[in-house]
Design a binder for this molecule. Sequence first.
Ligand code: NDP
Length: 457
Amino acid sequence: MTTPTTLLILGASGDLTSRLLLPAIAQLLKRQPDRALVLHGAGSDDWSDERWQEAVRTAFATVDATDQISRIAGTSYVKADVTDRDALAALIEGVEGSLVIYFALPPAVAEMACEKLVDIPLPEGTVLALEKPFGSDEKSAAALNALVTRIVPENQVFRVDHFLGRSTILNIMGVRFANRLVEPVWSADHVQSVLVRYDESLALENRARYYDKAGALVDMIQSHLLQVLAILAMEQPADLDEIDLRDAMAAALRATRILGDDPVASTRRARYTSGTSDDRPVPSYSDEEGVDPARGTETLAEITCEVDTARWAGVPFTLRSGKALGERCAEIVVTFRPVRHIPGGLTGMPTDGGVLRFSLGPDRIELELNVNGGDDPFALRRDVLSTGLGKGTLLAYTEVLSEILDGDVALSVRGDAAEQCWRIIQPALDAWRSGAVPMQEYPAGSTGPEKWATSQR
Ligand code: NDP
């Protein structure tokens, strides 16, 4: 058995804990028979230990791991206001061995709890796990970084981005760096455009309290999709560790900006109106419970960026994400430039030189190639080599928790990278707030506004 780590979840009666963290803890225990874990929850709801244990049992059952419950037999729940210094100190007092504090709290509350933590003694090596959104703009993210690093050093801060726990995203690195077929052509000399797309068919699903203040740009692009861009665009790190990998990703983000520094020409936003999605009637976003239509929150966002390096100059990177779309589509599409010349005799010069596509859920890699053959052996057509990547057995949060408990921050978002992600989207936020980019509409269940052919502005 390893030395026990105490995992203290603040906000333990909330949605993230019950839906994502507890099932991940269950899966982790199942996968790691030697893992010794002490689990405590705290939150403002007046839960008894029994109510908490019921929540734990329910979550463990969702991943078929009820047999693991005995391994966290001492788990308990404390009603506490974690913005109260003494209440917070009491939760930490007496913890033996290493400690992980997981902030499953609304962002403003997490920040207040951090302010109180500054002068509370913590066990050596304490790790802080913070959820998105990290700050609300570049300045507030910088202030939060300064605050957090007064509590523990940067290499004990885990800013969670569960996309970085998804094997398909990490797979990009293997495909990029380990294939002679791919590695030499991973640059503007050969790549025409890159699209990172995360379209959901789900609508708001009662998440107005959070989502109406965030919108698609902050909820998905500022965090997850820019991390994907960083992995696609970074230079090859010497090692995939917390220094080299995160240096490479941060450098790529530092070089990234909205194309032409022109948010009016290079960004689009839209909001769903009533329709049918996932076979269910969906009301207009403005009529969803808890939404304040005056806020003008977008449910579909698209920004096109450029990465200002020798490798990527001139290549548009488009990031797009939305809700209540007809088809769930999560993919990374790398389109190669057309070849310079094809021999006379071959007909149908293609508009591109092939496409490499990573699809998420189900996870697949596809290579679209221009081929000839069939009835007319000299006519070019398109064919797809496609392979499933197998259904990953681990939840993204299981990967994330495993890294947090091991104190391995390589796949957590470093403070400066979090600030860069806000810097990149800020011109879009400003232009959207000022009304310079019109809000378009699309019926729920459609492919988006009529004018938006996926890759044409
Ligand atoms: P919830 O509102 O469901 O949960 C937050 C919890 O914190 C609630 O139980 C709340 O109690 C509790 N809380 C609030 N104030 C205090 C306080 N002063 N002291 C103690 N407990 C308090 O939010 P989520 O679980 O959805 O989100 C938590 C974080 O995770 C957010 O940063 C969110 O952005 C992030 N996240 C969430 C995801 C999700 O799918 N839910 C996905 C990815 C990230 P009460 O209800 O009584 O106020």
